[in-house]
Design a protein around this ligand. Structure first.
Ligand code: HEC
Length: 293
């Protein structure tokens, strides 16, 4: 009896393993086919971004401050080595729950150029709260030269500037579901989507295969994140997936800091319109109450 149970169990295990291997192979094959199709039609990305359940989605969406603080940490420790955020002043970090003093201390870690001074010379000084996140490179040419010819884009509006065509019928649903998270979905998928190129697919020298990149099959940015790279002190998992979600949410906040207000106002406008329509209807009824039809 015991033997029978063991053999059934081992058979089941073997079948499971085989199944998993077959599934992986199928995915690999699909990716190769999808890549060839995308290249032939010059239509990217190869894979559509995954939809993440963001706290700021929907009509009552709001930012999760803990997540934004973690995202800031990922941006500061990893992305800011290459990407600037020139439109975002340090003082807006107070939105994330930091005090005036904390923002000043944070800003003082950066150096910005100022001037000219009395002698007509430009000089560098420690950043203050009203300064903006500076670029790590002196100019775009230097940025491109340091990154295989592709300058890392400024991140101030990146979460709003990127998104992927959703196609019919999704784009119709999006009107009703108020889907506006194409940017952060794209960034999250891009950061977690690095992959060995499928067999037989050659990527241009100095670029890295990523089926979620929306301009080509590979990009000049190497995989920037790996597990345990950034230390979180709130107990959130230190995984690439978590880092990618946090930094995407942070970039959404950077691009649209007043999102919560906009959604709140939109909702109040709708409530007003419903009440106003009711009042109009009642007015119409009473004005024409004694008229013959
Ligand atoms: C070593 C430098 C470097 C680091 C670090 C880096 N990037 Fe990049 N990034 C680049 C370069 C270069 C490009 C331009 C790639 C291209 O156009 O081929 C880029 C492009 C991007 C893009 C735009 C892709 C598009 O659709 O055009 C996103 C989004 C992005 N990076 C996010 C991040 C995030 C988030 C981080 C931090 C976790 C990060 N990057 C860290 C160099 C870097």
């Amino acid at each position: 009896m015991k033997k029978l149970v063991t053999s059934i169990l081992s058979l089941a295990l073997a079948a499971g393993l085989l199944g998993a291997a077959a599934y992986a192979a199928e995915e690999e094959h699909d990716l190769k086919e999808a890549t060839e199709h995308a290249v032939a039609n010059a239509h990217f990305p190869i894979l559509k971004p995954k939809n993440i359940d963001w706290s700021f989605a929907g009509p009552f969406g709001h930012y999760d401050k803990g997540q934004l603080q973690r995202g800031l940490k990922v941006y500061t420790e990893v992305c800011s080595a290459c990407h600037s955020m020139k439109l975002v002043p340090f003082r807006t970090l107070e939105d994330l729950g930091y005090s005036d003093g904390q923002v000043k201390t944070f800003a003082a870690n950066y150096e910005v150029q100022d001037g000219p001074n009395g002698e007509g010379e430009m000089f560098t000084r420690k950043a203050v709260a009203s300064d903006h996140f500076p670029s790590p490179f002196p100019n775009d040419e230097a940025a491109a030269a340091a990154n295989n010819g592709a300058a890392p884009p400024d991140m101030s509006l990146l979460a709003k500037a990127r998104g992927v065509e959703r196609g019919f019928p999704l784009f119709i649903w999006d009107i009703f579901t108020q889907y506006q998270e194409g940017g952060p979905d794209y960034i999250h998928s891009l950061l977690t989507g690095y992959h060995e190129p499928p067999e037989g697919v050659a990527v241009p020298e100095g670029t890295h295969f990523n089926p979620y990149f929306n301009a080509s099959m590979s990009l000049a940015m190497a995989k920037p994140l790996s597990d345990d790279q950034v230390t979180y002190d709130d107990g959130a998992p230190q995984t690439v997936d978590q880092y990618a979600q946090d930094v995407s949410a942070f970039l959404m906040w950077a691009a649209e800091p007043h999102l919560e207000e906009r959604k709140r106002t939109g909702f109040m406008v709708l409530v007003f319109l419903v009440i106003f329509s009711g009042l109009l209807y009642l007015t119409k009824k009473s004005v024409y109450a004694n008229k013959e039809h």
